[in-house]
Design a binder for this molecule. Structure first.
Ligand code: DGT
Ligand code: CA
Ligand code: CA
Length: 576
């Protein structure tokens, strides 16, 4: 994995620098950015791929042609890419370090370098502290504030990792421990099990008669970069991905209560223990005990809840947000499950900034057992994503029809991800929108509007009669960019009045709506679409994170439209 991340960063930096070069490099910029996404989400190290299959293997990566394959090979062999070295001489700036801070794109970063000599985060922080940025033409006080906040967000997030990175890592470690044959059980607990959007550290519980050997084994895993502490009962390891992992060995008879304790959340656990006390019992990670100290539950987590007089509470709900009262009253919602999802309604293809064709995306959806897929490429305002105008949309519809003709195992729906423009109008002609099965709308540009204006802009789109799904509603990027300024109550009400469906975007750095907003939207009786926003086929597997959010927001199957079968979905998408 070492190479993939570095190459992806380099490709992104080349794209950043090409945006600054004179002339029109939009096509190239897009190619580099797409390649960066694809390489960073690959399972296999490009070096292994190159060794196994040669250049041919590299060209099989979506979005990688001759030229980019050569650059990857150069990097693997020499640690260098000539084009990168050349550009870097001209732009000696740490783009990777500063990109992604809100308010900063390549152009602004370059201007900060030219005018103030800012090359990296340290320089940038200095400049903010000494208020040198607000004096620059085109920046101003407001933009200095935005950048300053962005830096704070980045620093506050240090150490908390996206669920989408931490959970697969945790599962991989648990799996390897099981495969070692040294343990009877190895399971993920903590915030990762609760599907919290970010994870502070990974927690794994094991049952083993050879706990010391399990810890030795774990210390040598390739995921582990160092040992912070190591004991038979508990060890803490530093992982290559940049967070730590606690591994605890517990007794077989305590496994259930230990899972209950170490899954948390802490607040949920505290209330559970109070309830135990009220019932004359004592709950700890070792078990649930009666007055005489006899265990009445412990090996199974579900029995712990049962003996406390509660229904089983799914990990995603354990946040002390009313779940304990609901469980005591046998009133818990029956949460939607990943396996109930019948399609994905937000998909990009190579018509705009996705990397695969309509047919390839549909085939992958089919292989996932989906009944339908909704293709939803960008509109023209999203020019960086190669967004389409009405004319190109018509051709794209024909392509969808053609793909549908060739595939009878899946229904392909026509859609588009339509920009909500500054004044609340939509970025596409009515005739074009009428050819769609449903329309996804969202804000991409002109994000810096105050709450009243931004809310009014979106309400106007909702009232247009053309908007069906509100995609990644708040526009936040976790650890990276703040949400738009929105009056959520007003917007949920307008959504209710206009039959608008809320998206839960499954992309790990979006997870938008988040759990709290989902709970709120649920009170308004709104419907939801859990989508992946896939830009390549494998992204469709990110659905589990959106479902995690939906479950954290207490959603049941009945309010998730893509858990409906095709006929019911079509009916549900008809405007009243
Ligand atoms: P994180 O790691 O910050 O994303 O969040 P968690 O929830 O994984 O927290 P962590 O790793 O500190 O601890 C794992 C679980 O262990 C936590 O959810 C509840 C339990 N736990 C840890 N410390 C305490 C404590 O002081 N009191 C109680 N009641 N439970 C605790
Ligand atoms: Ca944790
Ligand atoms: Ca921990």
């Amino acid at each position: 994995m070492m190479h993939n991340k570095r190459i992806a960063d380099i490709f992104d930096e080349i794209a950043d620098m090409l945006e600054l070069e004179p002339g029109d490099h939009r096509f190239e910029v897009r190619a580099y950015r797409r390649a960066a996404i694809n390489i960073s989400s690959m399972q296999e190290d490009v070096e292994d791929l190159l060794n196994k299959k040669g250049m041919e293997g590299l060209r099989e990566i979506p979005g990688i042609g001759e030229g980019l394959a050569q650059k990857i090979a150069d990097f693997v062999r020499s640690g260098k890419i000539k084009k990168y070295e050349e550009l870097k001489k001209k732009y000696p700036i740490d783009f990777t370090g500063m990109m992604g801070i809100q308010g900063l794109g390549p152009k602004k970063i370059f201007r900060l370098y030219k005018e103030l000599g800012i090359r990296n985060m340290e320089d940038l922080k200095d400049a903010i502290l000494s208020h040198r940025i607000s004096g620059l033409p085109g920046f101003g006080r407001k933009s200095e504030e935005v950048i300053g906040k962005g830096i704070k967000m980045r620093e506050a997030s240090k150490g908390r990792m996206l669920l989408g990175e931490a959970l697969p890592e945790a599962e991989q470690i648990a799996k390897k421990i099981m495969e070692s044959g040294l343990a009877d059980k190895a399971e993920v607990a903590g915030s990762a099990r609760r599907m919290k959007e970010t994870v502070g550290d990974i927690d794994i519980l094991v049952v083993s008669s050879m706990a010391g050997k399990v810890m030795d084994f774990a210390s040598k895993l390739e995921e582990v970069s160092g040992t912070i502490s190591k004991g038979n009962a508990k060890s803490t390891f530093m992982l290559n991905i940049g967070i730590t992992c606690d591994i605890r060995a517990v007794g077989r008879k305590s496994f259930g209560s230990a899972m209950q304790y170490f899954t948390g959340s802490k607040d949920h656990g505290v209330i559970c223990r109070q309830i135990a006390i009220k019932k004359g019992l004592k709950l700890s990670e070792y078990g649930l005990f009666d007055k005489k100290g006899k265990a009445v539950a412990g090996s199974e987590e579900s029995r712990v809840y049962e003996r406390l007089g509660m229904d089983y509470i799914e990990p995603e709900m354990r946040e002390n947000r009313g779940e304990i009262d609901a469980a005591l009253a046998h009133n818990l919602p029956k949460l939607v499950k990943l396996g109930e999802i019948k399609g994905d309604l937000h998909i990009h293809t190579d018509h705009t900034d996705g990397s695969e064709s309509i047919a390839d995306m549909a085939k992958y959806a089919m292989s996932k057992g989906y009944e339908y897929i909704g293709i939803s490429d960008h509109t023209k305002s999203e020019y960086v994503a190669n967004g389409m105008d009405d004319k190109r949309f018509m051709k794209y519809f024909d392509e969808i029809d053609k793909a549908q003709k060739d595939l009878d195992g899946i229904k392909i729906l026509k859609s588009g991800e339509i920009d909500i423009l500054k004044d609340g109008s939509l970025d596409l002609g009515k005739k074009t929108m009428e050819r769609m099965d449903y329309r996804i709308c969202t804000v991409h540009m002109n994000r810096n509007m105050d709450k009243m204006q931004m809310t009014a802009r979106i309400v106007r789109a909702m009232e247009s009669g053309y908007m069906d799904i509100w995609a990644h509603p708040t526009g936040r990027l976790i650890n990276q960019r703040e949400a738009l300024q929105l009056d959520m109550d007003k917007l949920f009400q307008a959504a209710k009045d206009n039959g608008i469906i809320m998206e839960i975007n499954s992309y790990p750095n979006r997870l938008d709506l988040n759990d709290e907003n989902i709970m709120k939207a649920r009170e308004y009786g709104l419907r939801f679409a859990v989508n992946t926003d896939a830009h390549r086929a494998a992204h469709m597997d990110l659905m589990r994170y959106g479902i995690g959010m939906a479950r954290r927001g207490w959603l049941e199957k009945k309010s998730v439209i893509n858990a409906l079968d095709y006929a019911s979905l079509k009916k549900s998408l008809k405007k009243a």
